[in-house]
Design a protein around this ligand. Structure first.
Ligand SMILES: Nc1ncnc2c1ncn2[C@@H]1O[C@H](COP(=O)(O)OP(=O)(O)OP(=O)(O)O)[C@@H](O)[C@H]1O
Length: 358
């Protein structure tokens, strides 16, 4: 077996009574863009800070090319870092900011000038060498921070919510730049965000954090199509959940009774035991079909609202026992002409496109 480039092994971190990271393990390939995605307080930043060497883990190890990093102090780990807030030195020019990591590495002036120029070109800020950070926009400052983190060609770049202080348009613009820079440089990136869209846009793989642990690691598509837990199902993509009764389950597939007596078979079942238990069924809004006429084995609902959203139409519905289900139909869908608010309608779906969580 080939040795992983970067290996996080059984990391745990406690602060007194607080467990910030319970048990985190993952391998990252060279050149991979790996994102830590999860809600606030799930342990993403703590894991990143342990990688950076700002914190020591209570347990576990971090190996880069098979060598433990733990005894190497932060400034000798050769890992680039970009934070949420621009952390540029305000009294230094852009050029001096970017040159800083090279100066502390005692690189000669001619090479510094050359490499600063190249790094600023990479982030599309050529000619900004003499500008002071205060005279630049937030997005430009974050690009300087990126140039400073990359100027000494670190093998690994850590980014902790680097775009969260920027407005939406700028964020998307810099996401695009980060992707380009990743492709051009081949640097391995570990990126922290709580924004699923950002994670999906940027990453090769995403590690979904929940309560100090990783629930699942996979590509965006894998996480969307095959969520391993209820939490991942709710965090990636849009989701509806309804309660169902497990009639039987075997080989990872279940037979479920839904509100109103509809029975569906062949539903992928996660962490399920024998029948008789209740489960939470994931129904993606875009995977539901809606009909104004009764369909065999359909789920009866009442239409609460119909909202036009440009390309899509969102229909809010409610099951007989009061559970809300949102349905997303393409613009011009035929069902729309025959239903209105307050009507009864029927939802249907492919059992194999759903997931049940015990
Ligand atoms: N120095 C500390 N002392 C005590 N508790 C801490 C410390 N640092 C983090 N924690 C706690 O550890 C948990 C995980 O924090 P962490 O910052 O890693 O989460 P996060 O997923 O990065 O969240 P956020 O996006 O809000 O930064 C939180 O409950 C936090 O309050």
């Amino acid at each position: 077996m080939t040795q992983p480039f970067l290996s996080i092994q059984g990391i745990r971190k406690t602060y007194g009574q607080v467990t910030a990271v319970k048990n985190v393990s993952l391998d990252v390939a060279k050149g991979e863009f790996m994102t830590f995605l999860g809600p606030s307080g799930s342990g993403k930043s703590t894991t990143l800070y342990i990688l950076a060497g700002f914190q020591d883990p209570t347990d576990g190890d971090i190996l880069l090319n098979g060598q433990s990093l733990l005894s190497t102090p932060s400034h000798k780990r050769n890992i680039g870092m970009v934070f949420q807030r621009y952390t540029l030195f305000p009294h230094l020019t852009v050029g001096e900011n970017v040159a800083f990591p090279l100066r502390i590495r005692r690189i000669g002036q001619a090479e510094i000038t050359e490499r600063v120029k190249k790094a600023l070109k990479l982030v599309r800020l050529e000619g900004f060498e003499d500008r002071k950070p205060a005279l630049m926009s937030g997005g430009q400052q974050q690009r300087v921070a990126l140039a400073r983190a990359l100027v000494y060609n670190p093998p690994v770049l850590l980014m902790d919510e680097p775009l969260s202080a920027l407005d939406k348009k700028l964020r998307e613009e810099i996401q695009f730049e980060i992707r380009r820079i990743h492709q051009e440089t081949g640097v391995t990136i570990l990126y922290v965000t709580h924004d699923q869209e950002e994670a999906l846009r940027l990453s090769d793989r995403i590690a979904v954090f929940s309560q100090g642990e990783i629930d699942q690691i996979g590509t965006g598509q894998e996480l969307y199509a095959n969520p391993a837990t209820h939490f991942v199902a709710g965090f990636i993509g849009d989701s509806n959940f309804i309660n169902a009764e497990v009639l039987s389950s075997a080989d990872g597939k279940a037979k479920l009774a839904l509100p109103g007596g509809t029975v569906i078979d062949g539903v992928p079942m996660h962490a399920g035991k024998a029948g008789g238990k209740s489960a939470s069924l994931l129904l993606r809004p875009e995977r539901l079909s809606l009909s104004g006429m009764q369909v065999a084995n359909g789920l009866a609902v009442t239409i609460n609202d119909i909202t036009f959203l440009g390309n899509n139409i969102e229909v809010s519905t409610q099951t007989g026992n009061g559970e809300s289900l949102s349905v997303r139909l393409p613009f011009g869908h035929e069902a729309i002409s025959s239903i209105s608010r307050g009507d009864q309608a029927w939802l249907s779906f492919e059992p194999k496109s759903t997931h049940a969580f015990a």
